[in-house]
Design a protein around this ligand. Structure first.
Ligand code: NAG
Ligand code: NAG
Ligand code: NAG
Ligand code: NAG
Ligand code: NAG
Ligand code: NAG
Ligand code: NAG
Ligand code: NAG
Ligand code: NAG
Length: 367
C-alpha cells in the first residue's frame, strides 16, 4: 500500500519531470530544443528538461548569471543568451554544461566578467559569440583575463564585433591556441601591436573591417605576417594615403592572395585621394620623394648663395685694401721704425751690461 503509493508518487514525479517544460518556454523533445524567447524572464528558468541540446533564452531581462543558473543540463551543446541585459558573468557559470560547444552572449551589457567565466568542463567550447556584448571599452581588461583563465584551448571561433574596442591588451588571445576565426569588425581599433595576435598560429580568418586603422605600420605588418594561414578583411577603415603609408600599400600588393576584396580597399583621406585604390597607391607618387628632392635642391641652392656672398665680401675687402694702399705703406714703415728703435735700445743696454769696465764705472758712480 505504502510502497505502491510511493511508486505512484515517484512515477508521477518522473513523468512530470520528463514531460515538464518551464513556464513561458516552448519545449520540443523530438528536436531536443527549448526556447524561452522574449518572455520578460529575469532569471534563467528552473526545470529545463535534461534532454535539451539547444537552449535559447533570448530577448529577456536576465541581468546576472552564475554557477546555479545551469544545473543538470549535461546534453546542452548550443546555448544562446543573446539580447538580454546580462552585466555580470560569474566564474564557472557554464562549468556544468559538459557538452557545451557553442555559447552566444551577443547583445548584452557585460561590465564584470569573472576570470573563469567561460570555463567549461572538458574544454568542449568551440564557438563564443560576444558580438555587441561588452557594456563599454573598460570591460576589455576583464575579458582579456577571462580569455586567459577559462581554459579555452579548443575554441575555434570568437566573435568580438561591435564592441567599441579601442585597444587590445597585449597577448589577449595567446591562450586560444586552436582559434580559426576572429571577428573584430566594427570596433575602434587604431593600431596593431607587436603581440596583439600572438599565439594564433591556426588562425584562418581575421576580420578587421570597420575599425579606425589609418595605416598599418611595419610593426603591425610583421604581426599580421606572423599569422601564416590567415585571410584578412580590412575594408571600411579610414586609410590615410599620405607619406608613410607606402610600406602598408606595398604589403597589400604583395599579400593580395590573403586579403579578401583587396580591390575594394580605398583611401579615405586626404580628400584629394578619396576612393583611390590602395593597391594603386604604391605606384603613385604621394609627393614624398618629390619633397625630398626639393629639399636637396634647396640645400644646394643655399650653399651656392653662401659661396657667392662670401666671394663678394672677399672682393670688397681686397678693394678696401687697394684703396688704402698708401696709408698701409706708411703704417708699415712706421711700424718698422718703431721696431728698429726698440731693438737698438735693447742692444745698447746689453752692451753696457756685458762690459765690466763700464759696469764698474757705473757702480763707483753709485757709491
Ligand atoms: C542526455 O542524453 C542522453 C542520451 O540522449 C540521455 O541518456 C541522458 O539521460 C541525457 N541527460 C540528462 C541529464 O537527461
Ligand atoms: C549549434 O552550434 C553549432 C556550432 O557549434 C552550429 O553549427 C549549429 O548550427 C548550432 N545548432 C543550432 C540549432 O543552433
Ligand atoms: C569530453 O569530450 C570528449 C570529446 O570531446 C568526449 O568523448 C568525452 O565523453 C567528454 N567527457 C565528458 C566527461 O563529458
Ligand atoms: C554572433 O551574434 C550576432 C548577433 O546575434 C550574429 O549576427 C553573428 O552572426 C554571430 N556570430 C557568429 C560568428 O555566428
Ligand atoms: C564604462 O562603464 C563603467 C561602468 O558604468 C564606467 O565606470 C566607466 O567609466 C566606463 N568607461 C568608459 C571608457 O566609458
Ligand atoms: C557598429 O556598432 C555600433 C555600436 O557599437 C552600432 O551602433 C552600429 O550600427 C554598428 N555599425 C554597423 C555597420 O554594424
Ligand atoms: C617586439 O617584440 C620583441 C620581442 O617579443 C621585441 O624584441 C621588439 O623590440 C618588439 N618591437 C617593438 C617595435 O615593440
Ligand atoms: C567614393 O565612392 C563612394 C561609393 O563608391 C561614393 O558614394 C562617393 O561619392 C565617392 N566619393 C568620391 C569623393 O569620389
Ligand atoms: C604589385 O604586385 C604585382 C604582382 O602581384 C607586381 O607586378 C607589381 O609590380 C606590384 N606593384 C608594386 C607597385 O609593387
Amino acid at each position: 500500500m505504502l510502497n505502491s503509493a510511493r511508486c505512484i508518487a515517484i512515477c508521477a514525479l518522473l513523468c512530470c519531470v520528463h514531460a515538464s517544460c518551464p513556464p513561458r518556454c516552448e519545449c520540443s523533445e523530438a528536436a531536443h530544443t527549448v526556447k524561452c524567447v522574449s518572455k520578460d524572464l529575469r532569471t534563467v528558468p528552473a526545470g529545463i528538461p535534461g534532454y535539451t541540446r539547444n537552449l535559447f533564452i533570448t530577448g529577456n531581462q536576465i541581468s546576472r548569471i552564475g554557477p546555479d543558473s545551469f544545473k543538470g543540463l549535461d546534453n546542452v551543446t548550443n546555448l544562446s543568451l543573446s539580447n538580454n541585459r546580462i552585466s555580470e558573468v560569474e566564474s564557472h557559470t557554464f562549468a556544468g554544461l559538459r557538452s557545451l560547444r557553442s555559447l552566444d552572449l551577443s547583445n548584452n551589457q557585460l561590465v564584470v566578467i569573472h576570470p573563469e567565466a567561460f570555463t567549461v568542463l572538458n574544454q568542449s567550447l568551440r564557438e563564443l559569440n560576444l558580438s555587441r556584448a561588452l557594456y563599454n571599452d573598460s570591460s576589455v581588461m576583464d575579458l582579456a583575463t577571462s580569455l586567459r583563465w577559462s581554459s579555452l584551448g579548443s575554441l575555434q571561433g570568437l566573435d568580438l564585433s561591435h564592441n567599441s574596442l579601442i585597444y587590445l591588451p597585449s597577448r589577449i588571445f595567446s591562450h586560444l591556441t586552436s582559434l580559426r576565426r576572429l571577428q573584430l569588425s566594427n570596433n575602434s581599433l587604431v593600431v596593431i601591436h607587436n603581440s596583439t595576435f600572438s599565439g594564433l598560429e591556426h588562425l584562418e580568418e581575421l576580420d578587421l573591417t570597420l575599425n579606425a586603422l589609418k595605416t598599418v605600420p611595419e610593426e603591425g605588418l610583421r604581426e599580421l605576417d606572423s599569422l601564416p594561414g590567415a585571410a584578412f578583411l580590412l575594408g571600411e577603415n579610414p586609410f590615410t594615403c599620405t607619406c608613410g603609408i607606402e610600406p602598408f600599400a606595398l604589403w597589400l600588393n604583395r599579400s593580395q592572395g590573403r586579403i579578401k576584396n583587396s580591390e575594394g580597399l580605398v583611401c579615405a583621406f586626404p580628400a584629394s585621394m578619396r576612393n583611390t585604390s590602395m593597391l594603386a597607391v604604391s605606384t603613385l607618387t604621394l609627393g614624398c620623394h618629390q619633397r625630398d628632392a626639393g629639399a636637396d635642391l634647396a640645400l644646394q641652392t643655399s650653399y651656392v648663395f653662401l659661396g657667392v656672398v662670401l666671394g663678394f665680401v672677399g672682393l670688397i675687402f681686397l678693394f678696401v685694401l687697394y684703396l688704402n694702399r698708401k696709408g698701409i705703406k706708411k703704417r708699415i714703415y712706421d711700424m718698422r721704425d718703431a721696431c728698429r728703435e726698440v731693438w737698438e735700445g735693447y742692444h745698447y743696454r746689453f752692451e753696457i751690461d756685458s762690459d765690466p769696465r763700464l759696469s764698474q764705472v757705473s757702480s763707483s758712480a753709485d757709491v
